[in-house]
Ligand binder design. Structure first.
Ligand code: ADP
Ligand code: MG
Length: 604
């Protein structure tokens, strides 16, 4: 039988050290956080090809006196917490005072430092927690910590490490995360044989982002900032078409601390709505500022995760600020609908999550999709119908509501010098300011009709065109059931349907936005159980109705469009709230920049 032994303090401390420093990336994280806490303006990280062999972090921060340098390597020695009550509102990245001690226990560590008050610096060498040497050194103000032979005395830990490449990648991610969170710091990052980057102080995050990711990858990325309920969320959001399969390109920071947070990740994803396919993740930096007393950072050994006192509020803040930014994110359109876009960005009622989606600050959740915004959507819907299809029966009404916008739009539509090509009756090609845009005609129309349908379903207006001769449809008992269920919704869309005998219904009016044939076909697919759109299965009925209607009423791929119809489609697409994707998350258009074309033709 095994006997129970009490672990020696030495072993116990190594186990705890292993919690804080479990891999080379964790060492880098702790050292970088210390350098940031020290108020550094320049931080240089240097790593050997095999990170366990050598990691060095050098800074120009406050530095330490000889006394402090020796203390800093002791457990629970910290300059950052004076009393217990400080623990409730931590403003620095460090606070436990155990990182340096923990690291020093599992490697050969050299600490060299000088504070501004001292004429010369101090160098301390520690091996496996034992101090080998302390001496004076001449050096600049700041601190350099070199970690060599990591885990040399804890072989078990070494075995847990992934491949050298994998460790190196994780380590790089840690550095890049801080580089993106702190654009006002000058960073140098060098990995032997792999990486050598010098990133001078950037004027803002977007500039840092562009330098880091390169001009092309950064194209379409936008900075955002939004305050709601005492939470400030800012950062950069990449264009939806840049979305990736993994979440590796997301940085989340709370009060300057880089964390992993599934909740924030999910809120970010939801903020992009159906602009990106379900299995993709946006590239983004999300930096959250919140009252420190609302966050508990003391829940995870490496402080990688934090707990929020009011997670729902935070979730809402992140999602609504991303949603907001996405609404504004209207690409360079061929015609200057800027005025209309601005008005829309302020009042745009559309939110991807469905009727219950919380609104942004200032709007209560219960507020409907009424008023001006709906009027706008109605009007635009009419406008496209007019240009895309035959003129509607009546021409009165909505123009009166927003005459100014209608005029702008009409002027834009009449800008006829822009050529739009239709490729194989499927794609529309149009020149834009910076290059070329390629639009999927069906997906684009689907987006347009979807937004319009939603505006009607959640709003209080509907526009119908009464049919001269009612259309009579044969229906199965199942279809009749579904009609009874959906009738209030399809009525809002603009349909007027009534029973006509036992097995028949009569359609007396259809929405004005689409031609009669398309409207009837869309209603038929709404009644037939539609298995082709599983993604709307769990949606509220309005959402299901809007998606199905949009999908079946939109112009088909393979349908030839007249030049005015092409132009109207593109104009209308870029006037929607979220032009990038159809309601199922497929792209509606692809942009090709002049730079890319120039590159392909070897012009640069
Ligand atoms: P914590 O960061 O939780 O306080 P650490 O063990 O990481 O604990 O560091 C201990 C102390 O050493 C810090 O509180 C700080 O006073 C000092 N220190 C560590 N790194 C640096 C640095 N790069 N520049 C100045 N002081 C530092
Ligand atoms: Mg620390």
């Amino acid at each position: 039988m095994a006997t129970i032994r009490i672990l020696s303090p030495d072993v116990a401390s190594k186990i705890r050290a292993g919690e804080v420093v479990d891999r080379p990336a964790a060492v880098v994280k702790e050292l970088v956080e210390n350098a940031i806490d020290a108020g550094s303006r320049l931080i240089a990280v240097q790593v050997a090809a095999n990170p366990e062999r050598m990691i060095r972090v050098q800074d120009d921060g406050a530095g330490m006196s000889r006394e402090d340098a020796l203390l800093s390597l002791k457990r629970h020695a910290t300059s950052k917490l004076a009393s217990d009550s400080d623990l409730e509102a931590i403003a620095t990245l460090g606070f436990r005072g155990e990182a340096l001690a923990a690291i020093a226990e599992v490697c050969r560590l050299t600490l060299s430092t000088r504070s501004a008050d001292d004429l010369s610096g101090t160098q301390v060498e520690v091996l496996g927690g034992a101090t080998l040497q302390v001496q004076g050194v001449g050096r600049a103000v700041g601190t350099t910590i070199t970690v060599e032979d990591l885990f040399f005395n804890t072989p078990a830990r070494l075995r847990f490490l992934k491949s050298r490449d994998a460790e190196s990648r994780v380590l790089s991610r840690v550095v890049w995360s801080y580089v993106l969170t702190y654009p006002a710091i000058h960073w140098r990052f060098k990995v032997e044989g792999r990486e050598d980057t010098d990133l001078p102080v950037a004027t803002d995050l977007l500039e840092r982002w562009q330098i880091l990711y390169g001009r092309n990858a950064a194209e379409g990325a936008e900075a955002f900032e939004h305050e709601t309920g005492g939470v400030t969320v800012r950062g950069v959001l990449a264009a939806p078409e840049q979305a990736r399969a993994s979440r590796d390109h997301q940085v989340v920071a709370v009060n300057g601390r880089v964390i992993t947070s599934p909740a924030v990740g999910a809120a970010l994803r939801q903020g992009y709505g159906n602009l990106i396919p379900p299995d993709r993740n946006p590239i983004a930096v999300v930096s959250i500022e919140i009252d420190p007393s609302m966050v508990d950072v003391n829940v995870h050994p490496t402080k990688r995760e934090v707990r929020f006192r009011d997670e729902a509020r935070l979730f809402h803040a992140v999602r609504s600020s991303v949603e907001n930014a996405m609404r504004r994110y209207v690409p360079v359109s061929m015609t200057g609908t800027a005025a209309g876009d601005a008005a829309r960005a302020e009042g745009g009622p559309w939110s991807p999550g469905g009727a219950s989606t919380p609104r942004s600050a200032g709007q209560s959740a219960g507020e409907g999709h009424g008023g001006v915004a709906v009027a706008q959507a109605e009007m635009d819907g009419l406008e496209v119908a007019r240009a895309l299809y035959a003129p509607p029966a009546t021409g009165a009404g909505p123009e009166e509501i927003r005459e100014g916008d209608a005029l702008t739009l009409r002027e834009n539509l009449s800008e006829s010098e822009i050529q739009i090509w239709q490729l194989h009756d499927r794609y529309l090609l149009a020149p834009i300011r910076g290059g070329l845009v390629i639009v999927d005609q069906h997906a684009a129309h689907e987006r347009i009709l979807y937004e319009e349908a939603r505006a009607r379903l959640y709003g209080d207006q509907s526009l119908s065109q009464h049919l001269l001769f009612p259309r009579v449809l044969d229906v199965t008992p199942d279809e009749l059931d579904r009609l009874l269920l959906l009738e209030p919704h399809v009525r809002r869309l603009g349909y007027e349907v009534s029973l006509f005998g036992e097995r028949q219904v009569a359609i007396r009016a259809v929405p004005t936005s689409v031609p009669e044939e398309a409207a009837v076909a869309a209603l038929q697919s709404l009644l037939a159980r539609d298995e082709s759109h599983h993604d709307s299965a769990g949606d509220p009925p309005e959402e299901h109705v809007a998606k199905t209607f949009a999908c079946h009423a939109a112009v088909r791929s393979g349908q030839a469009l007249a030049p005015e119809e092409r132009r109207a489609l593109i104009d209308r697409l870029f006037a929607t709230d979220l032009p990038h994707g159809d309601p199922h998350g497929r792209s509606t258009y692809v942009r090709v920049s002049m730079e890319e074309l120039d590159r392909r033709f070897g012009r640069r």
